[in-house]
Design a protein around this ligand. Structure first.
Ligand SMILES: [Zn+2]
Ligand SMILES: [Zn+2]
Length: 344
């Protein structure tokens, strides 16, 4: 099959022909239709995350159709089903975290497109326990960003509790999805973008933000919670300055530059800073139900698989509004014979 490979030396991926994967016990073989391009993929190819599998097929927002079911997969998935593969690819099932259903914190996890091969390819095998059915109403390319941007955004929003006035810092793929859920929950959203990123500010206003502006500006109102999706440590004290007593600052990224020191007075008043790590299976199911109920409007910039390097460069340079998505072989649209397809 065709795949884009990261060799570990350079951030530029290499197009290659590699062996087709085979579904082992508990796994699904999936013909890939689309794969989102996430900021985490940039952190991996830039060498900011240690010990990736090498060579690696990146990509952890995978949408495709089940082509074969490995031994021992229970009846939840059949050939032809449209499914998604998220970042969390496997958990050990035995550590203290797995035993209390916090498998997102597993001591021996495996991650799609990082320690396992991912979705910048024509096919993938994935542990069926972590695969998710994709709701109707989304094209393959629109569904891809749900698998990480949507899921991590959702977990970050849950950590904001009942916060009514919500600040979102870094208005990319995750923010534009999660703010639609926040608006549905009647929260007020203030969107903070890179200085001068007018397209992102316009997108935020168009999706119902009360206010959109530069992350260097002070919020026009006090915030009950701030979600930070940009990998910029300086935003943490800035967000703390804007949250009210008892408020929370949620850091949604896997990697962030160092947080500068700040006076304790910013944290005083029972303000909290928390991070979001990965996601649980129950997060995945709950979020896909929301995705089905709300029918999020997804803004994508679509690239052919072979142009993954251009997609990564555009994301790095801030030239993506919404989510970048790779489209893989349109023939896959017609490959499935199952009944759960959602065609548009
Ligand atoms: Zn574990
Ligand atoms: Zn991601």
């Amino acid at each position: 099959m065709r795949a884009m490979l990261y060799d570990g030396h350079s951030p530029t991926l290499r197009e290659a022909e590699v062996d087709d994967p085979v579904a082992g016990p508990g796994q699904l073989l999936i013909n890939i239709a689309a794969c989102g391009v996430c900021r985490t993929d940039l952190h991996i190819v830039d060498g900011e995350l240690a010990h990736p599998r090498l060579p690696l097929i990146p990509g952890h927002e995978v949408v495709g159709r089940v082509a074969a079911v490995g031994p021992g997969v229970e009846g939840y998935f059949s050939v032809g089903d449209r499914v998604g593969v998220p970042w969390m690819g496997r958990a050990c099932g035995n550590c203290q975290y797995c035993l209390r259903e916090q498998e997102n914190l597993c001591d021996a996890p495996a991650f799609t497109g990082y320690t396992l091969n991912g979705g910048y390819a024509e096919r993938i095998v994935a542990d069926s326990h972590f695969c998710l059915h994709i709701p109707y109403g989304y094209t393959d390319t629109d569904a891809a960003p749900l698998l990480c941007a949507g899921l991590i955004g959702y977990r970050a929003l849950c950590m904001a509790g009942r916060a009514k006035r919500l600040g979102i810092y870094g208005f990319g793929a995750a923010a534009h999805i999660v703010m639609q859920l926040a608006r549905r929950q009647r929260r007020t959203v203030f969107a903070f973008t890179r200085p001068g990123d007018i397209p992102a500010q316009q997108l935020a206003l168009c999706l119902g933000a009360e206010w959109a502006g530069s992350s260097e500006e002070r919020a026009p109102d006090e915030l009950d919670a701030a979600l930070i999706f940009a990998p910029v440590g300086e935003l943490v004290p800035m967000a703390l300055r804007s949250v009210c007593k008892g408020g929370v600052v949620v850091c949604g990224g896997i990697h962030m530059s160092d947080i500068p020191s700040f006076p304790y007075a910013l944290l005083w008043g029972e303000r909290r800073i928390v991070s979001v790590a990965n996601l649980t299976r129950s997060d995945g199911m709950a979020f896909m139900q929301h995705a089905s109920d709300v029918l999020f409007k997804i803004r994508t910039q679509v690239y052919p698989l072979a142009e993954a390097n251009r997609a990564l460069a555009d994301l790095r340079d801030g030239h993506v509004t919404g989510a970048a998505v790779l489209q893989v072989g349109q023939h896959n649209q017609f490959a499935a014979s199952g009944s759960l397809r959602a065609d548009h």
